[in-house]
Design a protein around this ligand. Structure first.
Ligand code: COI
Length: 423
């Protein structure tokens, strides 16, 4: 374990030397890491991902594989360096130590993965990527647990900027890996005579209709009132009062985007709006609606979600943007026992975060009765903010205290912004 091996030692014990790759002696043996961490990342735009993937052939697919194979260890190396710069007590905390090990192991395996030169080797590479994606499914709750426990040892700015770099980088790595897997799957399907999936390039929907995402999430949440209510006592016996979700503005707006990201953000914003409205109007037989207004601008699409749930006045925070923070100084709820317990549960569950929101929505359409509530781990809003920023968007919360909240989501529509990862 990291805590045992972290002590610098000129003559590491024989046992540790034999288990070198799986031990954490690498914490001080950074030659390879430094080589990779010194490299610049090759950031991409959404438009580049679409254009490159649009006319796929064997050569391009292999180029894509080798880009992912060489780029991901660079991105992971930067984050390992970032973790090494944290105070000892933070990097060895419950959750963080495990994330460090996961990243080190992924880094080591990536850099040893041989160059991909054939379609068969690409198949093996895709399997390797899929296994790593699954292995890392609990990284976010582990990281959040580690940082919540370490919050007393870091200033809020340091903690939040570290977490932002970790999360944006993680999103970027998963996008590159998932996109390459999807390109490979679609290419294989076409070679076998199958149909191309319309309106898709890899994981990007080239004509994503925002209204569909809103309606899909609203209908999913309607079926899962227990997820909206959480531990709220009064509705747990099944109040029928529910807010209608009205979609207006430029309702036919379509643009190229990753549906999984859009669904995640919309799902969280609607869930919060529904929950606030149910809480504020606890005894009402009818609830005020939630209005989602879509505006299609030249460079951006904007979505405003307005509720009448009383606003964001909350004893845990001083400003709405504190809800994006992972620091207990900005958001005291970070050290709540119930959140820490839920984070521990999700961190150690084999399926981690139970798949993406997208997978949950698909699964619920196929099997609508899934009674188990999802544990509340307090990362929905900060993660939505990070997803928004990844390709240069913004998320702003405006509280009309006593009345309701307006959330403004803006996303670039041309796809020309580089990924927002930081070194
Ligand atoms: C992550 O999920 O954190 C990753 O880095 C995934 C990647 C290793 C494929």
């Amino acid at each position: 374990m990291l805590s045992r091996c972290i002590i610098p030692c000129r003559h590491p014990p024989v046992l540790a030397r034999r288990n070198y790759a799986s031990s954490a002696l690498h914490f001080y043996a950074n030659k390879q890491l430094e080589l990779y961490a010194a490299k610049e990342t090759k950031r991409l735009t959404l438009r580049q991902l679409v254009f490159f993937g649009r006319s796929m052939n064997e050569e391009r697919l292999i180029t894509s594989a080798n880009y992912v194979r060489t780029e991901l260890p660079v991105r992971i190396a930067h984050r390992l360096r970032d973790m090494q710069a944290l105070p000892y007590i933070v990097v060895t905390s419950e959750g963080m130590a495990k994330v460090y090990e996961l990243y080190w192991s992924a880094f080591d395996r990536f850099r040893r993965f041989p160059q991909v030169t054939t379609l068969a080797e690409n198949e093996a590479f895709c399997k390797f990527l899929r296994a790593l994606l699954d292995e890392h499914s609990t990284a976010i709750p582990k990281l959040t647990l580690g940082l919540s426990l370490s919050s007393p040892y870091l200033t809020p700015d340091r903690l939040d900027s570290f977490m932002r770099r970790m999360l944006v980088s993680r999103i970027s790595r998963r996008v590159l890996a998932e996109h390459h897997i999807a390109l490979s799957r679609d290419y294989r399907a076409r070679q076998e005579g199958g149909e191309s999936r319309a309106d898709h390039v890899g994981i990007i929907y080239t004509n994503l209709r925002i209204r569909d995402s809103i309606e899909r999430c609203a209908s999913y949440l309607r079926k899962r009132a227990f997820d909206v209510d959480g531990d709220m006592p009064s509705h747990s016996n099944g109040s029928a009062a529910w807010s209608k979700v009205i979609v207006d503005g430029h309702t036919d707006t379509k643009f190229p985007y990753i549906r999984e990201h859009m669904d995640y953000i919309i799902f969280e914003l609607l869930k919060n709006a529904l929950r606030a409205t149910r809480t504020k109007h606890i005894n009402a037989s009818e609830l005020p609606p939630i209005r989602a207004t879509i505006v299609s601008g030249e460079d951006h699409v904007a979505i405003r979600i307005s509720d009448q749930g009383g606003g964001l006045l909350n004893p845990h925070i001083q400003a709405p943007s504190d809800l994006f923070s992972f620091s207990h100084i900005r958001n005291a709820a970070r050290l709540d026992d119930s959140l820490l317990v839920a984070l521990r549960t999700v961190s150690s569950s084999p399926k981690g975060m139970k798949g993406t929101v997208d997978e949950q929505l698909d699964a619920s359409e196929k099997a609508p009765d899934q009674p188990a509530p999802h544990p509340r781990i307090g990362i929905g809003l900060p993660m939505s903010n990070i997803y928004t920023k990844y390709f240069g968007g913004s998320l702003e919360l405006v509280s009309m205290d006593g009345h309701g909240t307006d959330v403004y989501l803006r996303l670039p529509r041309l796809g020309t912004n580089l990924e927002g990862i930081e070194v």
